[in-house]
Write a new protein. Structure first.
Length: 557
């Protein structure tokens, strides 16, 4: 349904906007051909739309069992669906009825206003909804649209015939290659005939003929059949025909090739010789003005010796020649000569030409050698290796074996070097580590080494206890703040009581497990006006412990 409605809109636009082209006062070939082009384009577009409409109508007839698309429902504000979409499409074809032109499928206020305008225009009561009389008038409008679209094709065809009838082709120019300039190009062929005079445009090839003369102008090449032979027309050439004899002539008329009939003693003409090369191959092509064989002599020495040069050939007779050379030496200048023979054995040989093959692509990965480990510490190590060409550096490492490069940690350096040195950090002390090195060259060829390992150094054994100093007690009525320092990070603990000497096993304690060098603990719930005895203790990470001397303090009253 949506495709049909789109087609219906297209026909509405054509029916209201198409205007046949009036004959211009100008009678130039360029102006007349432009008129034909415009008319041809319009009828082609119309034919395509009619075809699409007919296809859609068949589909709708099959599914809806209708003889033609029509409004079959009573619609009013708030309705929605395909019937509303069809109504909006019909109204939108006339901007004076439905200036908003929105095709939404929902019957809103804008659709109601457009329907009221339609009703008033057609002598109906402007009620803003669809009853039987309004539905009948809308369906009549649909049928008229179909009829207008079908009649329009015939109208345009008549306009084209009228315009063509008014065109007078120019006489043959004094310089036969000067066909009047055309300001446009088109892939659509034109064919205009006036008696025996014809003008044909096919793409960018223009042919003018008036019985005796046939002129072909093209920026490319054009092959004209002459019986069983083929005549190659290159830019700046034309054909003169006298009876059954066709002659290829330059536009300036300076020289004339011999007729294609009779004894053939003229070798083919070689043109458009081209070559392109890869690192170990090349393509060579050329054109001959008549069917001929093809052969290439090639080698890497100059001047090329045809007696010893390599060759490729094709004995079939043709005008387009193309050969592929293989097994060539990369980064080398190669010289070649092309040769063609027509069926009479007349031979044409080109001058020596050349091409240079490109360098071979690098497909070889660098070799990795001399892998070594140095500067192994408790958490670091340096890996060294060499490559035979510049390459980057990457290390995969882990503490498990076999090493999984997909999950392993990595360290890399993008610098392209042959001597590689990468330092690993954050390693575990006293632990075996496994690694592989990888290097990629500039062509992304990669080499991954086999697995190697090393063991980091263990942390040194600590047997020295921390040194405790600056022990200070600051009492209050029922609390006391105890502070001290140590020469290394250590834990904090205070033993305290009201008897002396203090027995650490039965004394009250307060502690903190953080490793610090500045220690501070609070004693709470103390008795007032009482003498307390205390000892501080600290242990380092190696569990070496130290205790201070017993000191006392008195709480306030």
């Amino acid at each position: 349904m949506q495709k049909f409605i789109a087609s219906l809109v297209g026909f509405g636009l054509i029916a209201t906007s198409f205007m046949p082209l009036a004959a211009s006062a100008e009678t130039t070939l360029e102006a007349n051909l432009a008129i034909i082009q415009n008319l041809t384009n319009q009828i082609k577009a119309l034919q395509e739309q009619i075809k699409a409409l007919q296809q859609q109508q068949v589909q709708i007839q099959t599914t809806a069992n209708q003889t033609i698309v029509e409004i079959i429902k009573g619609l009013r504000e708030g309705s929605e669906g395909d019937q509303v979409t069809l109504l909006q499409t019909l109204l939108a074809a006339d901007a004076s009825l439905y200036p908003e032109g929105r095709i939404t499928g929902f019957f809103g206020p804008a659709t109601r206003r457009a329907l009221e305008r339609f009703q008033r225009r057609n002598g109906l009561e402007a009620v803003g909804y669809i009853g039987p009389r309004t539905r009948e008038q809308l369906n009549k409008f649909i049928r008229e649209q179909f009829k207008m679209a079908e009649e329009l094709e015939d109208d345009i065809a008549e306009d084209i015939e009228h315009e063509i009838a008014n065109i007078t082709l120019p006489s043959l120019p004094s310089d036969p290659c000067e066909i009047p300039g055309l300001s446009y190009t088109s892939s659509t062929p034109f064919y205009q005939k006036d008696g025996k005079t014809k003008l044909i445009q096919t793409g960018n090839v223009f042919i003018y003929q008036d019985g005796k003369h046939k002129i072909i102008i093209t920026p490319n090449t054009y092959i004209e059949k002459d019986g069983k032979k083929q005549l190659l027309i290159t830019p700046g050439m034309r054909i003169e025909k006298d009876g059954k004899i066709k002659t290829v002539i330059p536009c300036n008329g300076a020289t004339t090739t011999p007729p294609t009939t009779g004894n053939d003693t003229t070798p083919p003409t070689l043109s458009a010789i081209q070559s392109s090369a890869t690192y170990q191959g090349a393509s060579i092509s050329w054109i001959t003005n008549e069917a001929a064989t093809g052969k290439i002599y090639y080698g890497t020495t100059t001047p090329l010796n045809l007696g010893t040069a390599k060759t490729v050939s094709n004995s079939s007779l043709q005008t387009g020649h193309s050969f592929s050379l293989s097994a060539l030496t990369p980064s080398t200048v190669h010289y070649f000569i092309v040769e063609s023979k027509d069926k009479k054995g007349n031979t044409a040989t080109s001058s020596q030409q050349s091409f240079t093959t490109s360098a071979s692509p690098d497909t070889t990965a660098p070799s990795v050698t001399a892998i070594s480990i140095s500067n192994v510490g408790t958490s670091t190590a340096t890996i060294l290796w060499t490559t035979n060409e510049n390459a980057n550096s990457k290390i995969y490492f882990a503490t498990t074996t076999p090493l999984n490069t997909g999950t392993a940690l990595t360290t890399s350096d993008s610098a392209m070097v042959t001597s590689h040195s990468v330092t690993l950090t954050g390693l575990t002390p006293g632990t075996a580590h496994y690694f592989k090195v990888e290097s990629k060259d500039a062509a992304n060829n990669a080499t991954l080494s086999s697995e190697t390992s090393f063991t980091t150094a263990a942390l040194p054994i600590d047997a020295t206890a921390p040194i405790i100093s600056a022990v200070v007690a600051t009492p209050a009525t029922s609390t006391a703040q105890i502070t001290w320092t140590t020469n290394e990070a250590a834990t904090s603990k205070v033993y305290y009581g009201t008897t002396t000497p203090l027995v650490l096993g039965s004394a009250s304690t307060v502690s903190e497990g953080s490793f610090v060098t500045s220690h501070s603990l609070s004693l709470t719930g103390l008795a007032t006006s009482t003498i307390y005895y205390m000892v501080v203790e600290s242990k380092d990470a190696a569990n070496n412990g130290a205790t201070g001397s017993e000191i006392s303090f008195t709480t306030g009253s």
